[in-house]
Design a protein around this ligand. Structure first.
Ligand code: NAD
Length: 234
C-alpha cells in the first residue's frame, strides 16, 4: 500500500483548460448538474446525458497535461512503491502525462460501460453511439463509465485500503464538497498538505500541516520538496 497519497480533484486540471464545478456556479459546462450527473439521469434524460459526456470526451482530446500532472508523473517514477495517485477526476490528464495506475474514483471518461453486464471498453475520444449501438455481449444500453451523484462508487474500497498505510496525504484541487478530505486525516498521517486556489467551506484547513492557496502548477515544486524532506527525515 502507498505511503504517500496524492489526492486530486477538478482543480488540478483547471490549468489544462478543463472547467471545475465551482468555476461555473453549480453548472458544469453550462448544464445543470441534476440533468446530467445525478443517479437516474440515464433513465429520464438518456440522450442529453450521453451527448454531454460525448462532448466532454471530445473536449479532452485537445487538452494537454499541465506542469502539475507532469511533475507528479516524475515523482511517481522516482518512488514507484511509495506513491499512489488517486483522483476524483474523470479526465485523462494524468494518463496524457504518462502516468499509469491512477485510481479514478469517479470513473474514466474514455471508457464506456454496460448498464447490465460487466462489459467495459475504452473508446478513446469517440462518441458512444458511434462506437457501439448497444452492448455487444448482452445488447443492453451502454453508458459512460462515470459515477453519478447518488450512485455507488466501487473504487472507494481501494481508496480506503490505500489509506491504511498512508503517512503523507496531499490534497490538490478539490473543494471537499463531494469527498470531504478532512475525514482522511487520521493520526497515522504525519504530513498533510492542502493546495487549492482559495479556502473552501467544506474543508477545515487548520487540520493540515501545510496549506498552499495558489495554482497547482505554482505549488507542485514546493509540495514535492516538502514530501522529499519528510522522506529524508524518516
Ligand atoms: P470542485 O469544482 O468542487 O472544486 C475545485 C477546487 O479546485 C476548488 O477548491 C478550487 O479552489 C480548486 N482550484 C481551482 N483551480 C485550481 C488550480 N489551478 N490549482 C489548484 N486548485 C485549484 O471540484 P472537486 O472537489 O473535484 O469536485 C467535483 C466533482 O466533479 C468530482 O467528483 C469530479 O469527479 C467531477 N469533475 C471532474 C472534472 C475533471 O475530470 N476534470 C471536472 C469537473 C468536475
Amino acid at each position: 500500500m502507498a505511503k504517500i497519497i496524492i489526492f486530486s480533484g477538478a482543480g488540478i486540471s483547471a490549468e489544462s483548460g478543463i472547467s471545475t464545478f465551482r468555476d461555473s456556479d453549480g453548472l458544469w459546462e453550462n448544464n445543470k448538474i441534476e440533468d446530467i450527473c445525478m443517479a437516474g439521469c440515464l433513465d429520464w434524460n438518456y440522450q442529453e446525458t450521453i451527448d454531454f459526456y460525448d462532448n466532454r470526451r471530445e473536449d479532452i482530446e485537445k487538452k494537454e497535461a499541465n506542469y502539475a500532472h507532469k511533475e507528479l508523473k516524475k515523482f511517481v517514477e522516482k518512488y514507484p512503491h511509495d506513491v499512489k495517485l488517486i483522483t476524483q477526476n474523470i479526465d485523462n490528464m494524468f494518463e496524457k502525462a504518462g502516468c499509469k495506475d491512477v485510481l479514478h474514483l469517479h470513473g474514466f471518461l474514455p471508457e464506456i460501460l454496460c448498464e447490465s453486464c460487466e462489459f467495459k471498453d475504452n473508446i478513446g475520444y469517440e462518441k458512444l453511439q458511434e462506437a457501439y449501438n448497444a452492448c455487444p455481449e448482452c445488447h443492453n444500453k451502454l453508458r459512460p463509465n462515470v459515477v453519478f451523484f447518488g450512485e455507488a462508487a466501487p473504487k472507494y474500497e481501494e481508496l480506503y485500503s490505500e489509506l491504511n498505510d498512508c503517512e503523507v496525504f496531499v490534497v490538490i484541487g478539490t473543494s471537499g464538497n463531494v469527498i470531504n478530505t478532512d475525514m482522511f486525516l487520521s493520526r497515522a498521517i504525519k504530513l498533510s498538505i492542502l493546495n487549492n486556489l482559495e479556502p473552501s467551506d467544506a474543508i477545515n484547513d487548520e487540520l493540515y500541516s501545510k496549506v498552499l492557496y495558489k495554482k497547482a502548477t505554482e505549488a507542485i515544486d514546493e509540495i514535492i520538496v516538502d514530501i522529499e524532506s519528510f522522506l529524508e527525515g524518516n
